[in-house]
Design a protein. Structure first.
Length: 317
């Protein structure tokens, strides 16, 4: 199952960007997070960090190319021992459950266990969370050895929080029955509906993290990111991102690239802002999805650390 968008942009239930931005304020130009983002972007270019991926094989090429385009290094594998060996030299690992094969049911929990045993940071993309028994079993197993960052659409974040039985009491306020309604890889929930789930999930991840820090990123018309304390909103990007397969997968891979050089929330915001800036630039010259994808990779390469740090970032109330 390919992750075509991992976005709420095309969801009929998504509220307008104007509504989503109403309660948020722009992040100050001299805010420490902007300085951290710029430093992280420069470090990626300077260090070319390795972030390995166990990812959707429909979109594996775009994931690798996006990691290279932002300045990182890519390595792809589906073998637990291979992932464990490479993690010794990799800065981070990205795991995507979009397309599953039978042996993944044993391989993925083992990989998560090995990564956590060695205190290696990793990013999880819970594609189509809530759809199918095998996928559900794999995602539930990750609670025992959780990731450092979870990146997905609103429905996936709500579903994962429910699978891990974290959505009790007030945390269910955004979702009337405590469950998501999976529709393949597309979100049928609005980003704002996933806010409480995202904050709750981020707090849980932080409590289990070796560094005490973690992040959750919810992709949509206006992205939502949180470390469990502060909620950020990221407007921008292009709707053409919803017309190429692998946009969400490649964002997960690039989040891993950034995680290799900085803390979780900085990595999540930097990757998302980098994508927003690049997609806006690419849309200016693209004549359709094909030319957009090519222009997008070029824009990832050409967007400067300064431009990324100046990107649209809001703090939600």
């Amino acid at each position: 199952m390919s992750d075509s968008t991992s976005s709420a942009a095309s969801s009929p239930t998504a509220s307008s960007p104007t509504t989503q931005l109403a309660s948020a304020k722009p992040l100050e130009a001299d805010h420490p997070i902007r300085k951290a983002i710029e430093q992280a972007a420069r470090q990626v270019r300077r260090q070319t960090p390795l972030a390995q991926s166990f990812t959707n094989f429909v979109t594996i090429n775009l994931v690798a190319n996006a990691q290279l385009a932002v300045g990182g290094t890519a390595a792809m594998s589906y073998l637990p021992d291979d992932i464990a060996d490479v993690s010794a030299i990799a800065g981070a690992t990205y795991i995507n459950v979009g397309t599953l094969l039978p042996f993944f049911a044993e391989a993925l929990p083992q990989i998560a266990k090995d990564l956590n045993a060695s205190a290696k940071p990793w990013v999880l993309d819970p594609v189509a969370a809530g759809l199918g028994n095998t996928r559900t079993s794999i995602l539930r197993s990750f609670k025992e050895n959780p990731p450092t960052i979870v990146r997905g659409n609103a429905s996936e974040i709500i579903a994962l929080t429910h699978m891990w039985e974290l959505d009790t009491g007030a945390e269910q306020a955004d979702d009337t029955d405590g469950t998501s309604r999976p529709a393949g890889v597309e979100s049928v929930d609005d980003v704002d509906q996933a806010r409480n789930a995202a904050v709750t999930l981020a707090r849980f991840l932080s409590s289990r993290s070796a560094t005490g820090t973690a992040a959750v990123a919810v992709s949509g018309a206006v992205d939502l990111l949180t470390d469990g304390v502060t909620v950020y909103r990221l407007p921008g990007g292009s709707e053409l991102m919803t017309k190429i397969t692998g946009a969400g997968c490649s964002l997960g891979g690039v989040t891993g690239t950034y995680l290799a050089v900085c803390d979780p929330i900085t990595a999540a915001i930097a990757a998302s802002v980098h994508f927003n800036c690049a997609s806006q630039t690419a849309a200016e010259t693209a004549t359709g999805p094909g030319s957009f994808q090519t222009a997008f990779l070029d824009a990832l390469w050409n967007t400067s650390a300064t431009d990324i740090a100046k990107g649209a970032i809001l703090i939600a109330k």
